[in-house]
Design a protein. Structure first.
Lengths: 76, 379
């Protein structure tokens, strides 16, 4: 989780990723952010976030992102 | 018959009376389909061939995809504890490939109809310009009349195919219901480009007459009529005059012409959306919002998120993400990381995808170089 928080903070330092749970629904992260984020997640965690995973529920909060990463790690 | 005509208003009033008859409750979706077919014919499109073809292809494709999804789920449930993880993973990969093949061919077939009908003439004209001896334009297949709503229902069908493939939604087993989704009369002419997952429950469900819905729907459609018929239609002659006499006008007049045109376009299109949303709201079916006060945006990116939302979100979800996460984009990104500053390299996959998306958006609006260049310069 720490690594993910580091990526998120680097991407958008002004966002409260600890508490925000509507990052997509409220338009806090846009499509450019998401694509950059996915690139970082793929490289850092050695997983492959695919088009199928690009759903708001997977990116609405840091917690949801981490759950997705764990699921993907589990699939490897 | 257009949505803002008196004949449509009468048609709609008659339809609402029948639609809300107590014994019609179970058949409301059939009534919607019948009204949609009548409207499609009266709106000037006697050619049902393409929309029927698109329906059949979408129906077959989505049901094949759904079958594969269920097959996969059953296999995993039955073997998850018995088989090693690697074997399950290999099975998933095989199924993914199979689904991908079905998805691609279904989309190619649906899109193929649009390409031949809408872009055939444009493509043939350009081929002839390069190779005049071929005379491709003379083939009758490149002179077909573009059927009503094809640009809209094609995108709706593709979105539905992809959502079924992703397992977001189950496929519809009744082909007539798929036909209704694509031809639903308030949205067939100019959208919004609805999503099956959002529309299906209301489209196939039963609805009782609601005074609140009727009141709110009427308010919305009256506001739409005002925007379209009072603002847009009255500005049109002014805008046309300025641009028809562009060589005579001053810079300031031309600037005003541009501003007027922006207002006219917004009032026309958003007014139209208000009208169809109002009509549909009365029937118990809420369509997607298409505009969120775009001229109050604080950046260009925000503006495009608030203008023609159903189209921009469609391109984001079904084209921008697949392209930016595709293998070539990932490779370009990794290459960029080696040679470019970090901030720039992070943007590379998005910029590649943006170029593809805006090229397609331009082409979607019209089969002409003017729109292709418009898409290109917007990037």
């Amino acid at each position: 989780m720490e690594e993910l928080m580091k990526i998120l903070k680097e991407l958008r330092p002004e966002v409260d990723f600890e508490n925000e749970d509507k990052l997509i629904d409220n338009g806090i992260l846009d499509s450019f952010d998401l694509v950059a984020l996915v690139g970082e997640i793929n490289d850092t965690f050695d997983v492959e976030v695919e088009f199928e995973d690009m759903e708001p529920e997977n990116f609405n909060s840091a917690k949801a992102m981490y759950a997705m990463i764990q699921r993907l790690e589990d699939e490897v | 018959m257009t949505i803002n005509s008196l004949s449509f208003l009468l048609f709609f009033c008659g339809f609402v009376i029948v639609y809300f008859l107590p014994f019609m409750k179970r058949f409301q979706w059939v009534l919607l389909l019948a009204a949609s077919v009548v409207f499609y014919a009266l709106a000037g499109s006697n050619n049902f061939l393409y929309i029927i073809l698109a329906t059949i292809v979408t129906y077959i494709g989505t049901n094949l995809l759904d079958k594969k999804n269920k097959e996969q789920a059953e296999y995993i449930t039955a073997n998850k504890k018995v088989l090693p993880k690697a074997e399950i993973k290999a099975y998933k990969e095989t199924m993914k490939q199979k689904k991908h093949t079905i998805q691609v061919w279904t989309i190619v077939a649906v899109l193929g109809i649009l390409v031949i009908v809408k872009y055939g003439k444009f493509i043939a004209g350009n081929v002839d310009r390069l190779f005049p001896a071929l005379k491709v334009s003379e083939y009758s297949i490149f002179h077909l009349l573009v059927p009503l709503g094809i640009s809209y229902y094609t995108l709706m069908a593709i979105g539905y195919i992809i959502d079924v493939s992703k397992g977001k939604v189950e496929s519809e087993k009744n082909i007539l219901k798929v036909f209704l989704f694509l031809i639903y009369f308030p949205q067939i002419t100019q959208g919004p480009i609805g999503r099956f997952i959002d529309m299906a429950p209301a489209l196939y469900g039963s609805h009782e007459f609601s005074y609140e819905r009727f009141r709110d729907g009427c308010q919305r459609l009256l506001w739409g009529f005002f925007k379209k018929m009072v603002i847009a239609d009255n500005m049109k002659p002014m805008v046309d005059y300025i641009f028809e006499h562009a060589d005579k006008g001053s810079g300031f007049t031309l600037f005003l012409g541009c501003m007027y045109f922006a207002i006219q376009l917004y009032a026309d299109f958003s007014g139209y959306t208000d009208i169809v949303k109002g009509f549909s709201h009365i029937l118990g079916i809420d369509l997607m919002e298409n505009f969120e006060r775009p001229f109050f945006s604080t950046s260009l990116a925000e503006y495009w998120r608030r203008w023609h939302i159903s189209l921009s979100s469609w391109f984001r979800d079904y084209m921008f993400y697949p392209v930016s996460l595709s293998q070539p984009a990932v490779k370009i990104n990794r290459l960029g990381k080696k040679f470019l500053p970090q901030r720039v390299s992070k943007l590379v996959p998005s910029l590649v995808a943006m170029f593809v998306v805006w090229f397609a958006t331009g082409l979607w609006h019209d089969a002409s170089w003017r729109y292709i260049l418009w898409g290109g310069q917007t990037v």
